[in-house]
Design a protein around this ligand. Structure first.
Ligand code: NAD
Length: 372
């Protein structure tokens, strides 16, 4: 865990700055009410950086990100930059950030607040109280494996090739992240692959099993084939706690799990790198949603995904479990009290702006803290 708390905030484009404003307010609250000190830096990324300096992320911002204990990112992109050269796209900054920070573990919680169980496409009793975490390997596997390409064949046809490849080190480091997090939750990990038809899947299963035997005797480990996992996630998602899986299956399964919760505006994420000797990991926290250009500038975006990303930062980068829970509890209370931004609006509830949602969460923080 980092002992300093230098945080780089990159609001980005569209609704990014609107939701990041609410994060700043929550961090001010944490300073005031909990005595936490953060050194906060702010920078440009995506289209905002492109407009300002001609590149989607400057070297200076990259250096700040590499030196920070955690990066909080809003969102990048928008129609204004759709026509720019491929390597100058706002999204290129995000890819560069993820790659240079060495973020190999992507954490995607799928949590259904009881007050929002009705917004899930599944029956409320299947998802009410759901709280699972998918740990996806992010820098290896079939998206990066060599050889890759489209090759001409002598018969005039073509052959598309991608290679699924994993090494012991790649599997063990992401599995260790999953086991470490499971130790702070209900101590259950389900490892997901296709060991029945893929050698890389067989290796995945063997290495995860070995790691558990060596270092995590207190964690219950189960294995599941990815196709079955996709089915179980809609049939009975509450059977899971932490799921660890590779890049390709994680891409698909984390989006499937996200849908269980009903709204993009509620979904946070974290991406973690390797821990150094002091236990500090490079880390990027961001909502799953994009820059939502269709609603940008109207003060109607849901800030909850961004605020839950802040809660993940408190928990995973700084071990501030009580503060993370406080923030999550305050959000839950506001939702239970009937406040809704437009994306999660339901009959009989009060429709509020981004700013009013932020105000309500700050008030709920005050009350929750006073009651503790
Ligand atoms: P999006 O997530 O921005 O929006 C999809 C839909 O969800 C929109 O209708 C939007 O209004 C709504 N929505 C998203 N977040 C919301 C919130 N917090 N509150 C209320 N409603 C919300 O995805 P998109 O429309 O496919 O992409 C828009 C832009 O964002 C594109 O330029 C895309 O490349 C970019 N993008 C960036 C990221 C990122 O920065 N990590 C991720 C996805 C998309």
């Amino acid at each position: 865990m980092a002992t300093t708390r230098t945080i780089l905030i990159l609001p980005g484009d569209g609704i990014g700055p609107e939701v990041c404003r609410q994060v700043r307010r929550a961090m001010d609250w944490l300073g005031r009410a909990r005595g936490l000190s953060f050194t906060i830096q702010e920078g440009l990324i995506g289209g905002a950086a492109l407009d300002h300096s001609g590149v989607p992320i400057t070297e200076e911002t990259m250096q700040q990100a590499l030196a920070a204990d955690a990066v909080l990112l809003g969102a990048v992109g928008g129609p204004k930059w759709d026509g720019v050269a491929f390597d100058l796209r706002p999204e290129a900054a995000l890819l560069r950030l993820r790659s240079e920070l060495g973020l190999f573990a992507n954490l995607r919680p799928a949590k259904v607040f009881p007050a929002l169980a009705d917004t899930s496409p599944l029956k409320p009793d299947i998802v009410a109280g759901l709280d699972i975490l998918i740990v996806r390997e992010l820098t290896g596997g079939v998206y990066f494996g060599e050889p890759r390409g489209i090759f001409d064949l002598p018969d005039g046809g073509r052959r598309g090739v991608n290679t699924q490849t994993y090494t012991t080190e790649e599997i063990r480091r992401v599995a260790a992240v999953a086991f470490d997090i499971a130790a702070t939750r209900s101590k259950r990990v389900c490892s997901v692959e296709k060991a029945n038809v893929m050698e890389s899947g067989r290796l995945w299963r063997e290495e995860v099993t070995q790691l558990k035997a060596e270092r995590y005797p207190g964690i219950e480990l189960t294995h599941m084939y990815a196709d079955n996992c996709a089915m179980q996630l809609v049939r009975d998602p509450k059977q899971f706690d932490v799921i660890v899986t590779d890049n390709l299956f994680g891409d698909i399964l984390s989006d499937e799990a996200a849908m269980l919760t009903g709204s993009l505006g509620m979904l946070p994420s974290a991406s973690l790198g390797k821990a150094d000797r002091s236990g500090r990991r490079r880390a990027l926290y961001e909502p799953v949603h994009g820059s939502a250009p269709d609603i940008a500038g109207r003060d109607i975006a849901n800030p909850v995904a961004m605020l839950l990303s802040l809660a993940m930062m408190l928990r995973h980068s700084f071990g501030l479990m009580a503060e993370a829970e406080l923030l999550e509890t305050a959000i839950e209370k506001v939702l239970t009290g009937g406040m809704r931004t437009a994306d999660i609006m339901a009959p009989g509830m009060a429709r509020v702006s981004t700013g009013v949602m932020g105000d309500s969460i700050l008030r709920a923080l005050d009350k929750t803290q006073a009651a503790a």
